[in-house]
Write a protein that binds this ligand. Structure first.
Ligand code: NAD
Length: 488
């Protein structure tokens, strides 16, 4: 039986100027493991977005107000306090995330939430370390730079790591002194709404963090709004392009973290069992709904057969199960729509002549109506097939083979995306040589998917631009001002 939930799930409201307010239109958020409605959420209209932006603008510009008067060390302590509150409610938040997204509780409790806390604490430390510099130019001038907050930022988040990806943006935004209008994905708003309550409890001043729930129309209203100075977006490449076009109208600053089709390259001289584990983890972690999923697996011909056999063995042990069960490693696909998209790609793979060697079907867990798909592996894939070129965003692995390094590097780069890649080999020189030639924002050697708050993450090519995490994110939430003082 799919377990019943213990957490309280109230109907969603909007957080504007420190107050929870209701809205006109509503939509349901659904538990993908059961197909049942969890609660009702407000669909913020353009007027709601306008109110949220107004509140954020007022909090940002009010020179006598609490946000502008707050010292940077107080700001750091505030972010730290928010991280503490999240830690105090870690079980509740993890459960909410799993209910809304379908990801295994093991992932939300032991990966997502700990990283949310880490990221906030990392940026709490940055609040006191953002500064300009003095520059020597002429005897008759005093010249220096200031790093100032960019202003009101609009944060638009996808459904795959709802609270985690919100923290990647919220941490640096607050550390830099910006004010925020935050929009979670319509499929997964629950943890963001709870975050709003915890932010109030932590003492975040009214108007500094505003939360608007809703779908594409709410997002478009944010992109159009002249009161927003910057949009930080994570989501699909097609919506990223739309946002860039929309933001051009008011010349908003934009950072885009978009899709991927990351190559995972295994040489015959690698530690094969580790590489098998890495390949499985690389594609099936997070049900494959991971922007940096290792969805294109290139295996050197010599070991191809043995490797695929081992993959199948592991995949068969990863059957979908109740996401709330701590032993589950394969949860429910986020929505019925996404499940249909993934099943459509499985069909396309078969029609294009790829060999389906494992999985490929929707399955019922405990006789329920949840959106579960078996871990699926295709072998004999060629790089031109749709399942090798397009982002599926589900538990589907395309396995290709190669004979020499130049061939595999060329194929790995023959894709519009460039988010991440991995190389498995015991030859250190080969590992570095290949890493340098891969067009990707992150390259893992003999591992897959590791992340840290201190290391930048982002894409080459159509996987977006700008970097999140690390000190590099600070540049994207600040403007640089040059000041000249005439001493003559
Ligand atoms: P999506 O692009 O459909 O939606 C993302 C967010 O944008 C949602 O909040 C949505 O409501 C909003 N939105 C949709 N249309 C909009 C518009 N026209 N204007 C403004 N906002 C709009 O993406 P998704 O399906 O939620 O997420 C999956 C995608 O996100 C995948 O392509 C995945 O690779 C990508 N992703 C990338 C990263 C990364 O860091 N690069 C991380 C996670 C997910």
């Amino acid at each position: 039986m799919i377990q019943a939930t213990k957490v309280r799930i109230a109907p969603g409201r909007l957080l504007i100027a420190g107050q929870w307010v209701d809205g006109g239109k509503k939509f349901d958020t659904v538990n993908p493991a059961t197909g049942e409605v969890l609660t009702e959420i407000v669909e913020a209209c353009a007027q709601d977005v306008d109110h949220a932006v107004g509140a954020a603008r007022k909090a940002f510009e009010d020179r006598g107000g609490p946000w502008r008067k707050m010292s940077t060390s107080e700001r750091g302590r505030l972010i730290w306090r928010l991280a503490d509150l999240i830690e105090n409610h870690i079980d509740e938040l993890a459960e909410l995330e799993t209910l809304d997204n379908g990801k295994p509780i093991f992932e939300s409790r032991y990966v997502d939430m700990p990283m949310v806390i880490d990221v906030l604490r990392y940026y709490a430390g940055w609040a006191t370390k953002i500064h300009g510099e003095t520059v020597n130019t002429f005897e008759t001038a005093f010249t220096y730079t200031l790093r100032e907050p960019v202003g009101v930022v609009g944060l638009i988040i996808p459904w795959n790591f709802p609270l985690l990806l919100a923290s990647w943006k919220l941490g640096p935004a607050l550390a830099c002194g910006c004010t925020v209008v935050l929009k979670p994905a319509e499929q997964t708003p629950l943890t963001t709404l709870r975050l709003g309550e915890l932010a109030i409890e932590a003492g975040v001043p009214a108007g500094v963090l505003n939360i608007v729930t809703g779908g594409p129309e709410t997002g478009k209203a944010m992109v159009r709004h002249p009161g927003i100075d910057k949009i930080a977006f994570t989501g699909s490449t097609s919506v990223g392009k739309e946002i860039m076009r929309g933001a051009a109208e008011t010349l908003k600053r934009v950072t885009l973290e978009l899709g991927g089709k990351s190559p995972n390259i295994v040489f015959a001289d690698s530690d094969i069992d580790s590489a098998v584990k890495g390949a499985i983890n690389g594609i099936f972690y997070g049900k494959g709904e991971v922007c940096n999923a290792g969805s294109r697996l290139f295996v050197e011909n010599k070991i191809q057969e043995e490797f695929v056999e081992k993959l199948i063995g592991r995949a068969k042990k990863m059957q979908p199960a109740d996401p709330l069960d701590p032993k589950t490693r394969m949860g429910a696909i986020v929505s019925q729509e996404q499940m249909q998209t993934v099943l459509g790609y499985i069909e396309a793979g078969k029609q294009e002549g790829a060999k389906l060697v494992s999985g490929g079907n929707r399955v019922s867990v405990d006789g329920g109506k949840g959106y579960f798909i078996e871990p699926t592996i295709f072998a004999g894939v060629s790089n031109e097939m749709r399942i090798a070129q397009e982002e599926i965003f589900g538990p589907v692995l395309a396995t290709l083979s190669f004979d020499d390094p130049d061939q595999v590097i060329a194929q790995a780069n023959q894709n519009p995306y460039g988010l991440a890649a991995a190389v498995w080999t015991r030859d250190v020189r080969k590992a570095h040589a290949v890493s340098r030639q891969l067009k990707a924002g992150t390259v893992w050697i003999n591992t897959y998917g590791l992340m840290d708050a201190s290391l930048p993450f982002g894409g080459y090519k159509q996987s977006g631009f700008g970097r999140e995490l690390g000190r590099h994110a600070i540049a994207h939430y600040t403007e640089l001002k040059t000041v000249w003082l005439n001493l003559g």
